[in-house]
Design a protein around this ligand. Structure first.
Ligand code: AMP
Length: 297
């Protein structure tokens, strides 16, 4: 039976009791509108040994900028609870924003450096500060031994790893590969915004990733050629591209020239994409040499 909690103190007490009883607490933070991508993280937490599993469902206002989709972000709590129940989640924490950030709240976790100022950080000022702040609060309440994040948000995963290392947070971070729809589109709560025609055009994103991955597998190591393949295929479908780049998979620094030769098995750079289709902003990525090519029919 999944327990649904909305109050911070109740969550903290419940997790403390679980830890005292010797349970290995795993945590999957989400904004809800749960789909197979989220549920894969739940499965991963179990595989990594979590025997007390907490999922948070909270559309965190701090990580949305002005003019973004905070008000219309899909909220499907009832369906989300059913999914969590079926997956055997122990606790769903779904607070109201006013209870999570009570009057007087004014602290922020600030990140400083190129990992957060480029890509999503440049397009969405304040976004990672909002993500870091909510996570530090959630980690304090849950006290998980491990937490699972999706590689769908590649930069967020790297930022979380940095945050945990820099602040010595006692939680192990696991990452799960991106879960995709049959047509290759990365699963996302925001896919609900897409009309049928927009959905069709959005398929240029996995197609672009697949084509570039194909070149990589065929031995292409010139960054300009990889980037050109990515961008030209994207332009077949999307309206605008916020960025489409080849970046170092650790530092997320954009690469130039030739990618350092690496063996067939070695992890290469990451392709990072953010694009808009009919007003919906979608992000995706592919880690060359690591991720399977998106299935595109
Ligand atoms: P969100 O609810 O969008 O904030 O996502 C919550 C967590 O689920 C984050 O760690 C995301 O990276 C992860 N996630 C979202 N979509 C996917 C996906 N398609 N595959 C894997 N993980 C995902």
């Amino acid at each position: 039976m999944t327990e649904r909690l909305t109050e911070r103190t109740a969550l903290q007490r419940r997790c403390e009791a679980a830890r005292r009883a010797g349970r290995f607490v795993g945590f999957v933070p989400t904004m809800g509108a749960l789909h197979e991508g989220h549920m894969a993280l739940v499965g991963e937490a179990r595989r990594q040994g979590a025997d007390f599993l907490v999922v948070s469902i909270f559309v965190n206002p701090l990580q949305f900028g002005e003019g973004e989709d905070l008000a219309r972000y899909p909220r499907t709590l009832r369906e989300d609870l059913v999914r969590c129940e079926r997956a055997g989640v122990d606790v769903v924490f779904a607070p109201r924003p006013e209870a999570f950030y009570p009057p007087g709240f004014q602290s922020r976790v600030r990140l400083d450096g190129e990992l957060v100022t480029r890509w999503e950080g440049a397009c969405r000022p304040g976004h990672f500060e909002g993500v870091a702040t909510v996570l530090v609060k959630l980690f304090s309440l849950v006290g998980p031994s491990m937490a699972v994040f999706g590689r769908k948000d590649f930069q967020q995963w790297r930022v979380v790893e940095r945050l945990v290392a820099d602040l010595d947070l006692p939680v192990r971070v696991h990452a799960h590969p991106t879960v995709r729809e049959c047509d290759g589109l990365a699963r996302s709560s925001r896919n609900r915004y897409l009309s049928e025609s927009a959905r069709e055009r959005a398929r240029a994103i996995p197609r672009a990733l697949a084509r570039t991955a194909g070149l990589w597998e065929a031995g292409e190591r010139r960054v300009a050629a990889l980037r050109e393949a990515l961008r030209s295929t994207l332009s077949e479908g999307v309206d605008t591209v916020d960025y489409a780049e080849v970046a170092d998979a650790q530092t997320l620094e954009p690469l130039e020239g030739l990618v350092r030769p690496c063996t067939q098995k070695e992890a290469g750079p990451v392709l990072l994409v953010a694009a808009r289709v009919e007003g919906t902003r979608l992000i995706d990525n592919l880690w060359l040499g690591v991720d399977a090519s998106p299935l595109v029919s």
